[in-house]
Design a binder for this molecule. Sequence first.
Ligand code: GAL
Length: 850
Amino acid sequence: MERMNTKFHSISLWFCFACITVLLGCSSVKCTVTYDRKAIVINGQRRLLISGSIHYPRSTPEMWEDLINKAKEGGLDVIETYVFWNVHEPSPGNYNFEGRYDLVRFVKTIQKAGLYAHLRLGPYVCAEWNFGGFPVWLKYVPGISFRTDNEPFKMAMKGFAEKIVRLMKSENLYESQGGPIILSQIENEYGPQAKALGAVGHKYASWAANMAVGLDTGVPWVMCKEEDAPDPVINTCNGFYCDTFSPNKPYKPTIWTEAWSGWFSEFGGTIHERPVQDLAFAVARFVQKGGSFVNYYMYHGGTNFGRTAGGPFITTSYDYDAPLDEYGLIRQPKYGHLKELHRAIKLCEKALVSADPTVTSLGSLQQAHVYSSNTGDCAAFLSNYNTKSATRVFFNNMHYNLPPWSISILPDCRNVVFNTAKVGVQTTKMEMLPSNSEIFSWDTFNEDLSSLDESSTFSTIGLLEQINVTRDASDYLWYTTDVDIGPSESFLRGGELPTLIVQSTGHALHVFVNGRLSGSASGTRENRRFTFKEKVNLRSGSNKISLLSVAVGLPNIGGHYETWNTGVLGPVALLGLDRGKQDLSWAKWTYQVGLKGESLNLVSPNGIASVEWMQGSLIAEKQQPLTWHKAYFNAPDGDEPLALDMSSMGKGQVWVNGQSLGRYWTAFATGNCNECSYAGTFRPPKCQLGCGRPTQRWYHLPRSWLKPSQNLLVLFEELGGNPTGITLVKRSLTSVCANVAEYHPNIKNWQIESYGRPEESHHKPKVHLSCDPGLVISAIKFASFGTPLGACGSFQQGTCHAPMSHSIIEKKCIGQQRCLVTISNSNFGRDPCPNVLKRLSVEAVCAPKN
Ligand code: GAL
């Protein structure tokens, strides 16, 4: 654990420290973490802390150390995670802390890296996680009502909170015990719910706060988005920006628990990106205002393995456009630019935590925030809120140029070490490349409808709510009924076919008539309800109508979402018969929970032999719905992260060696993928990607799930698709790029090579390129000094181009692991277009040294 080596001597701070210590109610444990109006105080010292969310079940234990070390390298002090109740207590009193759910190992990994931890206990977590983190059994506790002043709920919540705190204490994981945990959260964004509920909501919020404080952890508690958080609990902010936020008491620090680094995606939707210039701007705005704790949600988003995604319709990928991508690889320039921001902020830490800002206007949309302490520290933030134009401002007897929508950071009130809009770090291009590993010996097994096994079914009159029947043991519930059609119906003699209408409360539905798929329908995250309405082919006599209702993750947010329905609740009716409409809603319905293949455990290497598989040569031609497919493959060589390309398939779930990679769905993204400018207030609709393409094509397959050969791949396909089109790919860094502008001769340099050098020093800007260890620059794909266009992977020459650009970069960089090129006219022979602001764009290929 990183410990402070300097003592903070302010008497007033010690006074505050003492009174807050009392406030926190520390009794049996020693309080070494407290807070005051400026910051979290650790061992007597105020700290400005940068934190990032990494949710342990969204990666594998084998990835944790690397993720956490990369976070540390990126300038983080704290790792935040929620605690996910439903994975830890799958049935009442039965706990699971193994594998991806090994919370103690995760926290110890944070400790080993020398970082702090923020444990957000919830137990309501939201988080695009199934049922918002609550176990489904909780819904069936008699008399329960979630997240309100309800005894059964409070008892269960308290029980789980105590369980986790006891576990953490028994492993000495709180800071007061020498462990890494410095902060903890109870509930999650309860404010809106409290408002909706009125008095009982407030009563519950106070109860939750008091219950948490009573757990005696020796570290402060926070409640995010809960204005009424009672003392000593700190209310905190979540959002894309939090610079207008202030805590509810003047003696609490300003904390941002969720700085959204990007956004989640849903099947059928686009991918959301948040430009790093805007994220850095938002963080700088928060810090200049006096914020002293920022947590990126997410720093690593990861993967919703198995059926952990909530929503519904949340994709299996939870990449989130985070600084570490879904696979745990560094995403540039996001990671590098934030790292530089963190270094700049840390240079200001002493001034920031000891002084209050003086704010002065530098123009109609420009400000200076200056922190100047008694001990002589001075830090300044110069901001330009103009979304369109750069401005030259006068501050402290000097001129500074501020790009649009940006903040410059001056840790000594003179020299700019960082500007949020100027991305100097290199970018990288990641691609999914084919692996050398072939997937072989495909076999299939048909989930035959007629085989709905009597012993596993039951019948009743009317339609039942899906989760009440499945208890979420499976995504699937069969609803089957028989319809008699008289021989005299006119559609049998060439008349118009009848229409089947099925109203579902969610989430997806496949309709089978006499064993044949007659159509599918689904809702959306915003509107789970939908109606299936299609003509159906019936025959004279008895007809079997089978509805396969599919849940795609239970809701994770919304007032009393535990009472929301899923499945076919009707009406179900046939229209266009001779007698008009036949309502089937109150017919006799037969139910089966889950699939036959699920009950036979076909997904596991042990269960695989329990059915007769059909050999695969016919698969490609015969794309059947409701089919299990199995195949084998050997582990690809190398250590790049792996994924399955599932774009040849429809919808279903996929497993490797018995481990679920999650739900897949080749749903095509609709949205608006127009230009995305970093400047101006960010909202997820602003920067969308992937319109017209499958929302998710690649599914992360963790390396640690593989053995060298004979890995078993099993999938269940609901619609039909060609499994022989599935391939194993490696996520590989294929190019590194740089794109840096020359300094404008009339403007003081906004950026310099290293920290602490005076701004006015006339250092020329440089392009840095560097490959991962073991790789060297093997080719220059693109180089242009002039006015090149485009981005990494798609650069193009502009109207101005120095002809020697390519050969000069080649000469300096080929064969090197890293290279540095100064941007100057003389370096490129001569000025290719005088009086034009030029830039140098380079794309280089990294390859193993030979
Ligand atoms: C927040 C919530 C998080 C997560 C986020 C969106 O409101 O607290 O758990 O759901 O939204 O990703």
